[in-house]
Design a protein around this ligand. Structure first.
Ligand SMILES: *Cc1c(COP(=O)(O)O)cnc(C)c1O
Length: 460
């Protein structure tokens, strides 16, 4: 083990050193990958030297998501305390299904879940669990909504036609999950949004009423706290009134920006969250833990048990179910995703988590201000979002993003809202400072000039 640990340290140090000079790894075109790197698996063992070389090369050529050149997705950065926790979770290698197999690590998860429920304002009937990502915590909410509507379904299967509601701007896991849960993709109603990307509550009401009149049973409204492209927040307060009146499960998909819960300044964006049935948040997005750490909490923990508990005499042999977390999880064997969040939270406190969130919004404001003050740019996104969407000099977003990536300059993606396609710049790496944000624009502008991208856009 000692040798591998020191190998680990050497490789990581080399990576960190190289990242300072080269925030982007060299781009390897997918069709050259297997020729350029020593990836093949062979019958015979290889010597340590070749192994070390292959491994180091692999690490050095892998996209760098923690540097100030990565703005591509809804995660980024490298929080050292969270990494410490995750490394220890790997070394300890517990499975979170029972107290017997995970011991105090169960307490680590429970204390996180309890704290989040308390922050929402829920009593001790609430609880939660951790799954492998936001898609899966959303899936759990849909299953609980389905079962809450009719306790027979999980035994007998679906008989009625169920419907679920989500905005056109919501995450693609919702229709996938509708397929998984037997509800069916065709029974997802994609509610249009207003001009800022928030679900249109009047259309939602009308659609539910029409479905009920046509013999459908509405079971779930999914609202989004931070839509994937614009970072918009649906109006939880107004939609909770709709759901309460019609007895429909309300879930908040806060995978992207549910972490505003931790900030006194931005918690108002999820006003009314205490009224919902379930709430999910990815600590691996705004809070910057390593992937993945996706949490779902429910106001009434009985629903977790109803939908996910199963007896297994070979597994649950000691201790109370309150400490055997397998009774409320989607999986059987389950990685310890709690420890990395706990090490971070323990070290920086809730105030430290708040300042991570606040800093991301401040970085976004820096970006928006830069864009607003520069006539070469068009801004498509709004305040109170860590997604900053824009175009530059009328150049197609796709062209700039792809060229920047292929030439190992910057990683940034594009998205669209209604008719517009634009660059989506995400200020989610809390290790960045305002200089890094301004540097991004400088680098991009220089790149456009050096590659005559503007001329090409005009002439094509
Ligand atoms: C990222 C995201 C998800 C999916 O989370 P994963 O952890 O990537 O599965 C779901 N909903 C929203 C709004 C997201 O931004």
């Amino acid at each position: 083990m000692k040798k591998s640990l020191s190998q680990f340290q050497t490789i990581v140090e080399e990576l960190l050193k190289d990242e300072v000079e080269n925030p982007m790894a060299d781009h390897i075109p997918a069709n050259e990958l297997f020729d350029r790197l020593d990836l093949s698996l062979e019958e015979e063992p290889i010597d340590e030297e070749r192994f070390d070389k292959a491994l180091t090369e692999l690490v050095m050529k892998t996209p760098r998501t923690a540097t100030n050149a990565f703005f591509n997705q809804l995660f980024g950065g490298r929080n050292e305390k969270a990494i410490l926790g995750d490394l220890l979770a790997v070394v300890l290698n517990n499975s979170m299904y029972t107290y017997k197999a995970a011991g105090p690590q169960i307490g680590v998860e429970k204390v996180i879940l309890r704290q989040i429920c308390d922050m929402i304002g829920w009593d001790d009937q609430s609880d939660g669990t951790i799954a492998t990502g936001g898609s899966m915590t959303n899936f759990m909410s849909m299953l609980m909504a389905r079962d809450a509507n009719d306790q027979k379904v999980r035994f007998e299967g679906l008989e009625k036609k169920l419907t679920v509601y989500t905005s056109k701007e919501s995450h693609y896991s919702i229709p996938k999950n509708a397929a998984f849960s037997g509800i069916g993709r065709d029974n997802v109603r994609f509610i249009p949004t207003d001009e800022r990307g928030k679900m249109d509550v009047e259309v939602l009401k009308g659609t539910i009423a029409a479905d009920q009149a046509n013999g459908y049973q509405p079971v779930l409204v999914n609202v989004t706290a931070g839509t994937t492209v614009l970072g918009a927040f649906d109006n939880i307060e107004a939609i909770s009134a709709v759901c309460e009146e019609r007895d429909i499960w309300l879930h908040v998909d806060g995978a992207y920006c549910g972490s505003v819960l931790f900030s006194d300044t931005y918690r108002h964006l999820i006003k009314g969250v205490e009224k919902v049935d379930s709430f999910s948040v990815n600590a691996h997005k705004m809070l910057g833990t390593p992937l993945t750490c996706s949490i779902i909490v429910v106001k009434n923990k009985q629903h977790l048990r109803d939908s996910f508990a199963n007896d297994a005499s070979y597994l649950y042999q000691t201790d109370h179910d309150e400490f055997n977390l397998g009774k409320t999880s989607l999986q059987c064997g389950r990685r310890n995703d709690a420890l990395k969040f706990w090490t971070l939270w323990k070290r920086v406190g809730t105030k430290g988590l708040a300042s991570i969130v606040d800093h991301q919004f401040a970085l976004a404001e820096t970006a928006r201000e830069y864009i607003r003050n520069n006539p070469d740019y068009t801004l498509y996104s709004f305040d109170d979002s860590v997604s900053v969407c824009f175009n530059y000099k009328g150049i197609p977003a796709k062209d700039i993003c792809t060229r920047l990536y292929e030439e190992s300059e910057l990683m940034v993606g594009y998205g669209s809202f209604r008719e517009d396609e634009f660059i989506r710049f995400v200020t989610i790496n809390a290790q960045n400072d305002h200089e890094d944000i301004l540097q991004f624009f400088k680098t991009m502008e220089q790149f456009v000039e050096d590659h005559n991208l503007e001329e090409r856009a005009v002439s094509s």
